[in-house]
Design a binder for this molecule. Structure first.
Ligand SMILES: *Cc1c(COP(=O)(O)O)cnc(C)c1O
Length: 433
């Protein structure tokens, strides 16, 4: 069957459109309450490979994913690795990534949104799933029914999950988040009392199965010397955990480490929560120092093809706003990838891609669906030649690689954002090596 491009609702009379409703699994009873009144919720879908006409695509290497899990498991020691698959698995497609990692032995997963957790359950993931974002709407019962683990830090969370637990006649399992210096989410480590009181009054309905915090500066410091901020945060976490224990809250599981902390061996506890490193990107010391790991393998490669190539004389403009002018007789190729696909407009006249194994600079302004590259110095470029936007390429003119770091530098951002920028218009192809 042909996979729908988008799951948005359109008239089904429009037979030739790619826009067809997304089939949705039968919701559990609690979601069916106002069936008649509720508008049908249709989920947006990424372009699927079977719809793929344009040659622009992302290749996701599942063997590299498993390799990275092994590397992180080694760093984690006795702690379990619960990969963070928020933002559609950092742009790699969370369901396929989760299935691969679950089969490879991942013991749990973390996401930011309830929606992301449900997507993983719908994909058949059985492992524990931690929902870290802290906003639950009125989905409390569904969260418990789907056996998702909410992260809580507010007495209002406890009240809502206690009500849901009573309605379903089963205890709510939660992880409590402690704010030890990130000032984002969590009960402040030095002001636990009101939360502990609320927890005590809901002891029958709510079981705390984990305590967590989040580190703000794990990639800082020197090699071999943990950053002061991390040492301080971990000390505060210990203080908070001891205080919780005095009030009878002694869960078996504690966790704090993101990718940088896992790779540095800081705050490993019982579970670690690496995200970006699962996908082969190692944070750099201090943001731009040496990489914290050389063992990880990039998981994604983004490629497209030359769809047009033309010869220009000297002084000819290229692209919107004529921000580039040829300074010599030039060969300019067009590639079908633009900022709507996640090739940031910030790489206009700055970034590069690979053609025939060699670097070609991006010239002119990146437009919504296309970008132009200067292939004057690469002999023999023709229509349909492969163009690599991210990852490695070997060809008749050499071998090279465009790294996430390089793109981040050109865009003026961090690797995390480069990964999550790739839009759903770019189909993901999953492959073994
Ligand atoms: C995103 C996130 C992580 C993973 O961070 P990485 O730097 O990608 O490893 C871990 N914990 C929390 C709470 C997060 O939000």
């Amino acid at each position: 069957m042909r996979e729908p491009l988008w799951g948005v609702s359109v008239s089904t009379m429009d037979a030739k459109a790619h826009l067809v409703p997304d089939p949705i699994p039968t919701p559990p009873p609690s979601r069916r309450r106002n069936d008649a009144a509720e508008p049908r919720v249709l989920r947006p879908r990424r372009a699927a490979p079977s719809d793929c006409v344009r040659p622009t695509r992302a290749e996701v290497n599942l063997a590299a994913l498993r390799h990275n899990l092994r590397v992180l498991e080694r760093h984690a020691g006795t702690a379990q690795v619960w990969p963070v698959l928020k933002a559609d698995g950092y742009g790699h497609g969370a369901p396929a990534v989760a299935r691969t990692l679950e089969r490879a032995g991942a013991k749990g997963f973390c996401v930011a949104l309830v929606e992301e957790a449900i997507e993983l359950r719908d994909a058949g993931i059985r492992a524990p799933i931690l929902v870290m974002g802290g906003y639950y709407g009125d989905a409390h019962e569904e969260i418990l029914e789907r056996e998702l683990i909410p992260v809580v830090y507010d007495p209002a969370h406890l009240e809502a999950f206690a009500r849901a637990a009573l309605a379903l006649e089963r205890p709510a399992h939660v992880h409590v988040k402690i704010d030890t210096g990130m000032a984002r989410l969590g009960v402040r480590y030095d002001a636990l009392a009101p939360f502990l009181d609320s927890l005590a009054s809901h002891a029958a309905e709510i079981e705390v199965t984990g305590l967590m915090t989040h580190l703000s500066c794990a990639e800082m410091g020197q090699l071999g010397v943990s950053p002061e901020a991390t040492t301080e945060q971990l000390a505060r976490f210990e203080v908070a955990c001891a205080e919780m224990a005095r009030h009878g809250v002694r869960p078996a599981v504690r966790h704090a480490a993101n990718s940088a902390a896992v790779l540095r061996g800081d705050g490993l506890f019982d579970v670690v929560r690496p995200g970006v490193s699962v996908f082969g990107f190692a944070p750099r010391l201090g943001g731009d120092g040496p990489s914290l790991s050389t063992e990880l393998r990039p998981v994604m490669r983004v490629r497209t093809e030359v769809v047009d190539v033309r010869s220009l004389g000297v002084g000819e403009p290229v692209g919107y706003g004529a921000t580039f002018r040829t300074s010599r007789p030039s060969r300019i190729a067009t590639v079908p990838m633009g900022y709507a696909d996640g090739m940031s407009r910030a790489v206009s006249n700055r970034g590069a891609v690979l053609v025939r194994g060699r670097r070609a600079p991006i010239v002119g302004a990146v437009s919504m669906d296309m970008a132009m590259i200067d292939v004057t110095d690469i002999p023999g470029v023709t229509l349909r030649d492969e163009v690599v936007v991210l990852g490695a390429q070997s060809g008749p003119s050499g071998s090279d690689v465009i790294t996430v770091d390089e793109v981040a530098e050109a865009v003026g951002t961090i690797g995390w954002e480069v990964m999550t920028d790739l839009s759903r218009r770019v189909p993901r192809f999953y492959r073994e090596p």
